[in-house]
Design a protein around this ligand. Sequence first.
Ligand code: NAD
Length: 180
Amino acid sequence: MLRVGVIGVGAMGTQHFLRIMNKINGATVTAVSDINEARAKEVIAPFEGVRYIADPYALINDPEVDAIVIVSIDSTHEEYCLEAIKLGKYIFCEKPLSASAEGAWKVVDAEMAGGKRLIQMGFNRRFDPAYEELKNIVVSGKLGEPLVAHCAHRNANYAPQYDDVIAVTGTAIHEIDTMS
Ligand SMILES: NC(=O)c1ccc[n+]([C@@H]2O[C@H](COP(=O)([O-])OP(=O)(O)OC[C@H]3O[C@@H](n4cnc5c(N)ncnc54)[C@H](O)[C@@H]3O)[C@@H](O)[C@H]2O)c1
């Protein structure tokens, strides 16, 4: 059984947590960390044997945690990845890998120095059947050579802190991944 530690159980992290607990065979969450202790304790309450660990670094280093799921706010991903890489633990990291390109390279370099691929990013569109279908149509050439691509995001609402930087590091990053 793969023992997973989840950092950040906000909107997205709670979904990852519940998916591991309820749907994924061969994995379970043994520990959860979040600066919002009340929220974390509420999320784990229905499940026996899941510990709340206040310090995310302690969670990463915990001997009962084999792999880390990082779903805290964007600015924290880089440091948590670097810590987990140091220990050779597998990581699922929500996008972005870092809040800056330099930070992301730091993580990539650290992973490569260890000689082992440890990180999977939360680029979920790679596994989205509609995107896959679109890709198959484009690749088939049925519609001819693509000359231009128009990518658009449509969200019903957005957080007050959403700005033009996040529009790139948090949103357009999906398109950068999809188109590359
Ligand atoms: N792949 C996707 O399509 C997709 C969609 C939504 C969000 N995300 C990513 O998931 C991450 C979380 O987004 P969300 O919408 O759940 O946000 P959210 O604000 O709902 O949750 C973030 C959680 O992180 C916690 N947190 C904040 N600082 C922390 C710290 N230093 N250490 C530990 N926990 C901390 C907060 O208390 C909160 O519970 C973001 O990085 C976001 O970019 C990805």
